[in-house]
Design a protein. Sequence first.
Length: 233
Amino acid sequence: MRFTDGAESIGIALPQTTESLLGNVRELICRNDGPECIVRIALSRGIGERGYGVTGEEQPTLLITQHPLPPTPAKPLSLVSTSARVAVDDPLAKLKSANKLGSILAKREATAQGADNGFILNSDGNITEASSANLFWVEDGTLRTPPVSDGVLPGITRRLVIGLVSAIGQAIREESTDSDRLQQADAVFVTSAATGIVAVGQVDGAALGAHPLVGQLQDAYDAELARHAAVGE
């Protein structure tokens, strides 16, 4: 579980077991009578001494909140490169944390340019992801995505899509990419837990086409979500 792995990597002790945590999530959803929602689980180290030192005596704080699903985009997204940067092989890039200044910068610059979202580049000048979504593209009929080592947050939906690709008998490669390469791609899409698989129609002003593989993955993704929903009932 990415949440528990992340907490362990920075030395925050979980105040409850994974089973208990999931039970609290289910209770929150039931109380609000809203199964179609997003649940955010936030964990902090707790109150400690001033400065950056850690004593080990801190009492972690856990917060679970529920939010409505965002609307599904009505058309393919437009994405642009921004000045937001992450270092190659940055170990913190792999953590889902509240430090989202890079994402805020990317989204802000994209909005200023009239685009839907912005790319975060790494110290080598390659695209890692959008401000709040992982990146995939189809090139020569093969699905590709930037490697985690480029400074990519390993998203839950990213992992699911990689599994779905194999399940439908397709190949996937992890490769670095820049804007020029994406502009020549057969198709580009982004993924996130909030919106699923969303097609991209424009990268840095260049119009993109569609590819049947994207539709196949969207159908497989919807089927997988329906299967999990049926199991949870």
